[in-house]
Design a binder for this molecule. Structure first.
Ligand SMILES: [Zn+2]
Length: 219
């Protein structure tokens, strides 16, 4: 289901959850938050756009000539680490800098980014067709279950080849089963590594988003 529409929809859902949690924490004064701004229209709309951009960002590899689709440069925690690192450096050097509050809208970017990588685990699921055939409850259950079972290889083998795999800039030696030695060269991760890669990089990207907000509040 790794098409653009579902990347968008998922990141909007994640963003709504982010807003509700933020609003709840803010209105109940659950955090030591002298510098935490109240939720306001400009924050909401900026965060919304950042969540959408984050959900698109990994597929920018399609726009760059020398990258393959699912390039490791964009389908990894590289971009999230650069963003988080920039905030950390700025926080260390100028802790009172007012622009640090932008962490609140970069967090949705990272959540959207993470949701993209996690969705890329399921290339062959088409939620629209599933919902039509099975109803929304069953489809949700299938998808949520897939995050666990998907890692053990329930998804069809056919879907896990070609563009599904994470593409690398270098060729890797591959063990040939016939000859028992490393002969072939490939420029992709094998499928199991691809799955674990997407899972952990997606998870960490989202966690880095949450970390940005925590850093702003407590740092
Ligand atoms: Zn992708």
């Amino acid at each position: 289901m790794a098409n653009r529409k579902w990347h968008m929809i998922t990141s909007i859902i994640v963003y709504l959850i982010y807003c509700v949690v933020y609003w709840y924490i803010d209105t109940n004064d659950l955090l030591p938050s002298p510098g935490l701004p109240d939720i306001a229209p400009l924050w909401i709309i900026t965060g919304f756009l950042m969540a959408l951009i984050g959900a698109e960002a990994p597929d920018w590899d399609l726009l760059i000539n020398w990258m393959h689709h699912r390039d490791i440069a964009t389908h990894s925690i590289g971009i999230p680490l650069i963003i988080t690192g920039t905030f950390l450096v700025q926080k260390t050097m100028t802790p009172d800098d007012p622009t640090l509050v932008l962490a609140l809208v970069f967090a949705p970017f990272l959540l959207g980014f993470g949701s993209h990588l996690l969705l890329d685990l399921f290339p062959s699921v088409d939620p629209e067709r599933e919902i039509k055939e099975k109803g929304i409850t069953k489809t949700t259950a299938t998808l949520l279950g897939g995050f666990v079972s998907g890692l053990t290889g329930v998804e069809t083998i056919k879907a896990l080849q070609g563009t599904y795999l994470i593409h690398l800039p270098l060729k890797l030696p591959v063990l040939s089963e016939k000859k028992g030695e490393y002969v072939e060269m490939r420029k992709t991760y094998p499928k199991h590594l691809t799955r674990w890669w997407l899972f952990f990089n997606g998870l960490i990207s989202g966690l880095l988003g949450i970390f940005l907000v925590i850093m702003l509040v407590w740092g």
